[in-house]
Design a protein around this ligand. Structure first.
Ligand code: FAD
Length: 215
C-alpha cells in the first residue's frame, strides 16, 4: 500500500524524484539513524536531532519528560526528516553540482504514549533500529526507567520520500569541457569496536555487533 500524498507532502520540485511507496518509506526508515524533528514553539521554530524507531504505522521518538517536544510544540504538530547521503555529484559546471540521497519527510500530530507496554515496545524499536538484535541480548528497561521516559508516536501516513541517484545532469554544451565529472559514493561504516574500560574480562564481541561491522 502506498502513502497518498497530502497537499503539503506533494513534492513539486523535480516530482520524478518523489516516492510515496510504502516499501521505499520503510527502507529509508530502516537505513536511517537520525531524525531531525522540527516543531514550532512560542519562541520560534526549532529542529532537534533525535534517534527513532518505527513500525508499519508509526514513527517513535523518545526523550526526557523535561524535553520541549510536547510541552512547547504548538498543537503537538511535528515534522521528522531522515536523510541518507549516498554520494557527492560533481558536474562540469558549479551550478549542476549535487548530491545523491534518499530522504523522507513525515508530518503529523504526535501523541504521547501512556501505556507501559506500548512505551516498552516503542523503546525496544528505537534500539533495534540502530542495533538489530540488541534488545534480546540486553537487560530490559525497568518500570522506573520506562516511567521516566517520554515516548511519542507520529503516524506515518503523511509521508513523502525523495530520491536522487545517478550521474550529474550537465548542460549539453558543457560535455565538451575537460573538467572531471562523476559521482563520489559515500557510505557510513562502523569502525573497530572499543570495549568499555569497565567491561568484565572474557566478554566477547557478540554476533549482533560483529554483524554491523561487516556491513
Ligand atoms: C544524533 C543525535 C541523536 C539524539 N537522540 C536523542 C533522542 O533520541 N532523544 C533525546 O531526547 N535527545 C536526543 N538527542 C539530544 C537532542 O538533540 C536534544 O539535545 C535533547 O532532546 C534536548 O532537546 P530540547 O529542545 O528539549 O533541549 P533544550 O535544552 O531545551 O534546548 C535549548 C537549546 O539548546 C540547543 N540544543 C538543544 N539540543 C541541541 C543539539 N543536539 N545540538 C545543538 N544544540 C542543541 C538549541 O539551541 C535549543 O534551542 C540526540 C542528539 C543527537 C546529536
Amino acid at each position: 500500500m502506498n502513502h497518498e500524498p497530502s497537499e503539503r507532502t506533494t513534492i513539486k520540485r523535480i516530482p520524478e524524484r518523489s516516492s510515496y511507496d510504502k516499501d521505499t518509506v520503510q527502507s529509508i526508515l530502516t537505513e536511517g539513524m537520525v531524525a531531525h524533528v522540527g516543531l514550532t514553539t512560542n519562541t520560534g521554530v526549532v529542529v532537534i536531532p533525535m534517534t527513532y524507531g518505527f513500525d508499519e504505522t508509526n514513527l517513535y521518538i523518545h526523550g526526557s519528560p523535561a524535553s520541549r517536544l510536547l510541552k512547547e510544540s504548538n498543537n503537538n504538530h511535528i515534522c521528522a526528516t531522515i536523510t541518507i547521503l549516498d554520494g557527492l555529484v560533481l558536474a562540469r559546471s558549479l551550478f549542476h553540482h549535487s548530491m545523491n540521497y534518499r530522504s523522507l519527510v513525515v508530518m503529523g500530530e504526535a501523541e504521547k504514549i501512556e501505556e507501559t507496554d506500548q512505551k516498552e515496545y516503542a523503546l525496544d524499536l528505537i534500539v533495534e533500529n540502530l542495533i538489530p538484535g540488541r534488545v534480546e541480548n540486553t537487560r530490559s528497561n525497568s518500570e522506573k526507567e520506562i516511567k521516566s521516559t517520554l515516548v511519542l508516536k507520529l503516524p506515518i501516513n503523511e509521508a513523502s520520500a525523495k530520491i536522487r541517484l545517478g550521474p550529474p545532469v550537465d548542460d549539453d554544451e558543457d560535455h565538451l569541457l575537460d573538467t572531471w565529472a562523476g559521482v563520489l559514493p559515500l557510505k557510513i561504516s562502523f569502525g573497530k569496536p572499543e570495549p568499555d574500560p569497565l567491561l568484565r574480562n572474557g566478554i566477547e564481541i557478540p554476533e549482533h555487533v560483529s554483524a554491523l561491522i561487516q556491513q
